[in-house]
Write a protein that binds this ligand. Structure first.
Ligand SMILES: O=C(O)CCC(=O)C(=O)O
Length: 260
């Protein structure tokens, strides 16, 4: 399905050593493709859930690049969307990455109805700006983005800056960012080497929220939507720049024994 060597299939069969090896690859490459993470039925339910959310008008504002986003799906339609939090297909990875310390930060659905080229961005810009003190531990955010439609070189993609999670990009001064307009950071991203993948319906891409990435539709007729669970490990204060607000504390530790 992709150029990546990180594809994982049939994750229910993976053993401890396989998961550990894949996480080594995640650390090296910044992302991991979990192929067939959702069944065709789960894909269909998610598409219908998102379309229903759109009909109900639950979306936030339309972004400048033409995507609709939905931040209240867990509250408004838990039956459809709750199973995607620490879904069985990704939980072996999440378990080994953070276990009970894993916190769901936010849950966001997207629909991309028209022509769409996302700006280069990171979901966790503040990663590189965390205070370093004697007792601080670097907060890390990891996301699982579930794709609901097939991508191909003719239709659409997800693209990463190669190794972009390992070095601090230049020009992250927030005051220089104006919506989705090009700036020194996005120009730097464009000049780097890239890795492009073509997720298929049901695939999940697990990646560090601080790796620069962009999604796009090359064929504006393509139906495209996805669902993103952002997780964080080690708390970081709200003022650190992140693409979404946090859900808060209570009930946001999906792998904790009591789910508190
Ligand atoms: O449109 C895409 O594929 C990118 C989605 C995205 O930005 C994300 O998962 O954070």
């Amino acid at each position: 399905m992709s150029e990546s060597s990180l594809e994982v299939s049939n994750v229910t069969d993976v053993n401890h050593d396989d998961v550990a090896a894949k996480l080594d690859q995640l650390e090296r490459d910044g992302f991991l493709v979990i192929s067939g993470a959702l069944s065709p039925e789960e894909v269909q339910q998610s598409i219908e859930g998102l379309n229903n959310a759109r009909r109900q008008g639950w979306q936030g504002a339309v972004s400048e690049v033409g995507s609709l986003w939905f931040d209240s799906l867990l509250d408004k339609d838990p039956q459809t969307f709750r199973p995607l939090v620490a879904h069985a297909s990704v939980s072996p990875y999440l378990e080994m990455l953070a276990g009970a310390q894993l916190q769901l930060r936010s849950f966001r659905g997207h629909i991309y109805p028209g022509p769409y080229t996302q700006q280069w961005h990171m979901d966790f810009y503040g990663y590189w700006q965390q205070p370093k003190r004697r007792y601080t531990v670097r907060g890390t955010a990891i996301q699982t983005t579930f794709y609901l439609h097939d991508h191909s070189p003719e239709t659409g993609y997800l693209r990463f800056v190669k190794g972009g999670h390992l070095q601090e990009p230049p020009s992250l001064d927030r005051s220089t960012f104006r919506g989705s307009r090009a700036n020194d950071f996005t120009r730097w991203c464009e000049e780097q080497e890239h890795v492009t993948i073509y997720p298929q319906a049901g695939d999940c891409i697990l990646f560090f929220s601080h790796i620069p990435h962009r999604g796009a539709k090359d064929d504006p007729r393509m139906e495209r939507s996805n669902i993103v669970c952002h997780y964080q490990v080690n708390p970081f204060f709200e003022g650190l720049w992140f693409v979404s607000s946090s859900l808060g504390f209570k009930g946001t530790f999906p792998l904790a024994p009591s789910n508190t």
